[in-house]
Design a protein around this ligand. Structure first.
Ligand SMILES: Cc1cc2nc3c(=O)[nH]c(=O)nc-3n(C[C@H](O)[C@H](O)[C@H](O)COP(=O)(O)OP(=O)(O)OC[C@H]3O[C@@H](n4cnc5c(N)ncnc54)[C@H](O)[C@@H]3O)c2cc1C
Length: 427
């Protein structure tokens, strides 16, 4: 069990942040048999909900889908105290207590920070400006959904995963969409150039007016719309602008409490068990930077699977239970009627071999891209090829016995090739 002082042995486990990681950690704690007091505290007014549909079905479906992360009745049945609409204002690691926004102090035996992140904002377009939207919360999505009903044109600023998804959803709703991205390539740090080029082609084929390598000279919100003047003098106007320029991890509590913050990515630095630098304090999800075994460098991921995995690991660590380490990171995105899945890590020195059809037209093609680094299968990227990715997933992170080019042989069925490569890798 977690080491606690005699005075707080009876105190509850407290989870700060009732989002993906927080809710999943609460669930994992109960499923692991922890029967003591458990508090899940979130500052949003909603019960814990899934965020991925916010840029997809919530904006497009006639009725927003159900997003609940916990089964109805779970908190009551499981004797869990769920406080919504309550902000944790302070963390006192030495005293093992937190302070709520009304000033009340609550002791804890262990505390999990699952505080996610805040959207990065543009000074010229502050949140709340008419016609300007940022997207992180359900309330943000409901506001955007409402605005999309009456607008015929959208300007998306930022071509990351989220900006692309919103652009795709808006276009599918019949809106004219211009997307401005300052980098010369889409997702240049996440995917290799051939996938980036495919994505740009796919967005264009879908009808997005894509502006890459575009510098915004000035931005102005006026008369309920937004005007962007590009560095080359072109003026773009839309009644609706969605700004999607990244996330700032929410680490205010941790920072004020003196926990070590990863200077590289702004996350709360944790070890493989999601333990922070302060005894009894853990962090998971978008706010956590997990130090890899044998490395000083932390890795902060913003994904649904990472939040779930770290929640499971943190819950086990809070109970002092051994657990298996996180599997290879996996991420998916749905955009332009295509499903893209990624597993493992790319990075410098990774060489890519494509298997299949990377043509952006018609239905977007179907391809599995293998990233090979230092003789290992470092990354898989599947475009409309989730089944093929599943066939190869056990190979990720393992040495390849075959030449990388052999993986690109589309004449051999995926499962057969995977079995062959897996057998070789195991031998
Ligand atoms: C629109 C959208 C689409 C996405 N699509 C995908 C996708 O397709 N695939 C994918 O893999 N990932 C996707 N993601 C990312 C994924 O949803 C996040 O990585 C995941 O939600 C992170 O979970 P978390 O618990 O760390 O943070 P969150 O889910 O953000 O939860 C953190 C919670 O903590 C609360 N909080 C913060 N500080 C305090 C405090 N002091 N007191 C109380 N509460 C506090 C916050 O308000 C928030 O409710 C998407 C995200 C968004 C926003």
């Amino acid at each position: 069990m977690t080491s606690t002082s005699p005075s707080n042995e009876q105190a509850p486990l407290i989870i700060v942040g009732a989002g993906q990681a927080g809710a999943m950690a609460a669930r994992a704690l109960r499923e692991s048999g922890y029967a003591g007091r458990l508090l899940l505290i979130g500052d949003e007014r909603h019960a814990p909900y899934e965020r991925p549909p916010l840029s997809k079905a919530v904006l497009s479906e006639p009725e927003p889908p159900a997003l609940d992360l916990l089964p109805t009745g779970f908190p009551a049945e499981q004797g869990m105290e769920l406080l919504t609409g309550r902000r944790v204002a302070r963390l006192d690691p030495q005293g093992r207590r937190i302070q709520l926004d009304d000033g009340a102090w609550l002791p804890f035996r262990a505390c999990l920070l699952a505080t996610g992140g805040q959207v990065r904002t543009l000074p010229a377009l502050p949140p709340g400006t008419p016609g300007v939207h940022y997207l992180r919360t359900l309330d943000d999505a409901l506001r955007l959904r409402q605005a999309m009903r009456t607008a015929d044109r959208m300007l998306v600023i930022g071509g990351g995963f989220l900006g692309l998804e919103v652009a795709s959803t808006a276009r599918a709703q019949g809106m004219a969409v211009t997307l401005v991205e300052q980098a010369p390539m889409l997702l240049g740090r996440a995917v290799p150039p051939e996938v980036s080029a495919w994505l740009a082609g796919r967005a264009a084929a879908y009808g997005i007016d894509l502006r890459l390598d575009a510098r915004i000279g000035s931005l102005e919100a006026r008369d309920g719309g937004v005007t962007a003047v590009l560095a080359d003098g072109e003026t773009l106007r839309a009644p609706l602008a969605v700004v999607s320029v990244g996330l700032v991890p929410e680490v205010a509590l941790a920072q004020a409490a003196g926990l070590v913050i990863d200077a590289r990515n702004g996350g709360v630095l944790v070890d493989a068990g999601c333990r922070s630098s302060a005894p009894g304090i853990y962090a998971a999800g978008d706010c956590a930077s997990r130090r890899e075994v044998g490395s000083d460098a932390g890795l902060r991921l913003e994904s649904w699977q990472n939040a779930n995995e770290q929640a499971r690991i943190a819950a086990a660590a809070m109970l002092g239970v051994e657990t298996h380490p996180a599997p290879q990171p996996w991420f998916w995105t749905d955009q332009f009627d295509c499903n893209i899945q990624m597993m493992g890590h790319g990075g410098s020195g990774t060489r890519y071999v494509a298997r299949g059809d990377l043509s952006p037209g018609r239905d977007g093609g179907k391809a599995l891209i293998f990233g090979v680094r230092d003789g290992l299968l470092a990354q898989l990227i599947a475009i409309n090829a989730g089944g093929d990715l599943r066939a190869f997933r056990d190979l990720v992170g393992k040495p390849l016995a075959c030449a990388p080019e052999a993986l690109g042989d589309a004449a051999i069925p995926a499962k057969q090739l995977a079995r062959l490569a897996l057998g070789q890798a195991r031998s």
